[in-house]
Design a protein around this ligand. Structure first.
Ligand code: UFG
Length: 328
C-alpha cells in the first residue's frame, strides 16, 4: 500500500488517481487545511489527520501495510513564505521530521519528496540542471532545501531511500475533468487568468515589467500536473524494485514562458480578451526559472507530454465546469 500525504491537495490528488489507475492501493493522509475531500478518488482510503500529530501518524502506519510514502503536504506560496516564515518551517520542515521519524519507527524506508525549483534561488544559468548551485531566496525554498538535506543525512545514517522531485510551475488539470486546481485564496498565474476570463475577476495583474527578460516579465517553466504525477509513479516503481535510490530530479518542460506570453496563450485558448494591469514586482520572485529534465528522462524514461497550450486547455476545461472549484 502507498501512503500519499497531502493526497487531497492539487498535485497529490492527481498522483492518487494515477496510482489507483495503475492498480496500487492507496491511503491518503491529509488534514484538509488546503486540500479538498472531494478531490480524493473514492477508491482511496482517506484518513483525516495531521503531520504535526504523532498519534495521527502512528494510527496510519499501525493500521495499514505501508510500503512507500509520497509526501505532497506543504505550504507552497513564495510570497506568503516571505511574510510568515514560521508557518513554512513548522509545516514543511518540522512536520516532515515527524513523518520521517514515524516511518523509521515502522521500518518504512522508501520516500518520494515534493521539492521545488525555488531551491535554485536566482540561477546563474538560463537552463537549470540538478547540479546547479542551490541558494534559495525565500523561506519556502529554504524549507524544501532543508528537507532535501535531512533526506541526504537520513539515507546515510538510517538507510532511508528517497527520490526528490523538484517541480517547476505545476499547472493544468486531470483530463477526466474530475479534479483540478482549487486554492483558497488563489495566487497562481494560470488559474487567476482563467478566472478573470470567466468573469470572476475584474482583471489580471502582471507583477513587474522591468525584469531582465525579453519582454520584462518573469519567465517560468509550466509543467502539467499529470506529467508530474507520471514522474511520481516512475520514481515509485524504481524505488520499489530497488533500481534507484537517493536521487534528485528536476521536473519541467525545458521551455520558458513570460507572464505576458501565458496571458496571450490563455486568450488564444479561450478566445477571450484579458484586461491587464501592470503593477510592481512581487517580493521573492526570480526573473527566470526554466529546467532541463534530461536526468530523469535518462534514468527513468520520463518525458513531459503536455506543452503550455495543452496545459491551459485542460485547466480551462476544469475552470469552465467548476467555476467555484470543488463547490460545484
Ligand atoms: N504572477 C503575476 N500575476 C499574478 C500571479 C502571478 O504576474 O496575479 C507572476 C508571478 O510574479 C510569477 C509568475 O506569474 O512571475 C508565476 O507565478 P505563480 O504564483 O503562478 O507561481 P510561482 O512561480 O510564484 O511559484 C510556483 C509555485 C511554487 C514553486 C514555483 C517553482 O507556487 O511552489 O512555482 O517555479 F516553487
Amino acid at each position: 500500500m502507498i501512503l500519499v500525504v497531502g493526497g487531497a491537495g492539487y498535485i497529490g490528488s492527481h498522483a492518487v488517481k494515477m496510482l489507483l489507475d495503475q492498480h496500487y492501493e492507496v491511503v491518503v493522509l491529509d488534514n484538509l487545511s488546503t486540500g479538498h475531500q472531494q478531490a480524493v478518488d473514492p477508491r482511496a482510503t482517506l484518513v483525516k489527520g495531521d503531520l504535526g500529530d504523532k498519534n495521527d501518524l502512528e494510527k496510519v502506519f499501525g493500521n495499514y501495510p505501508i510500503q512507500a510514502v509520497m509526501h505532497f503536504a506543504a505550504n507552497s506560496l513564495v510570497g506568503e513564505s516571505m511574510t510568515d516564515p514560521l508557518k513554512y518551517y513548522q509545516n514543511n520542515v518540522a512536520a516532515t521530521l515527524n513523518l520521517l521519524s514515524t516511518m523509521m519507527m515502522y521500518g518504512v524506508k522508501k520516500f518520494i519528496f515534493s521539492s521545488t525549483a525555488a531551491v535554485y534561488g536566482i540561477p546563474s544559468v538560463e537552463i537549470i540542471g540538478e547540479g546547479q548551485l542551490v541558494q534559495p531566496i525565500n523561506p519556502y525554498g529554504n524549507s524544501k532545501l532543508m528537507v532535501e538535506k535531512i533526506l541526504h543525512d537520513f539515507s546515510r545514517a538510517y538507510q532511508m531511500e528517497y527520490v526528490v522531485l523538484r517541480y517547476f510551475n505545476a499547472a493544468g488539470a486531470h483530463l477526466s475533468g474530475e479534479i483540478g486546481e482549487d486554492h483558497q485564496p488563489e495566487t497562481h498565474l494560470i488559474p487567476l487568468i482563467l478566472q478573470h476570463l470567466l468573469g470572476q475577476r475584474e482583471k489580471i495583474s502582471v507583477f513587474g515589467t522591468d525584469y531582465d527578460t525579453h519582454d520584462g516579465t518573469c519567465i517560468r517553466d509550466y509543467i502539467h500536473v499529470m506529467d508530474l504525477a507520471d514522474a511520481h509513479i516512475l520514481a515509485l516503481e524504481a524505488l520499489l524494485k530497488d533500481q534507484l535510490k537517493n536521487e534528485t530530479f528536476n521536473l519541467g518542460n525545458g521551455q520558458g514562458y513570460s507572464v505576458k506570453e501565458v496571458i496571450e496563450t490563455c486568450e488564444k485558448v479561450t478566445q477571450r480578451k484579458a484586461v491587464i494591469e501592470y503593477t510592481a514586482r512581487r517580493e521573492g520572485d526570480p526573473a527566470r526559472l526554466v529546467a532541463t529534465s534530461g536526468k530523469i528522462e535518462q534514468k527513468l524514461g520520463w518525458k513531459p507530454k503536455y506543452r503550455l497550450e495543452k496545459i491551459i486547455q485542460s485547466a480551462w476545461g476544469w475552470h469552465e465546469n467548476h467555476p467555484r472549484g470543488y463547490q460545484d
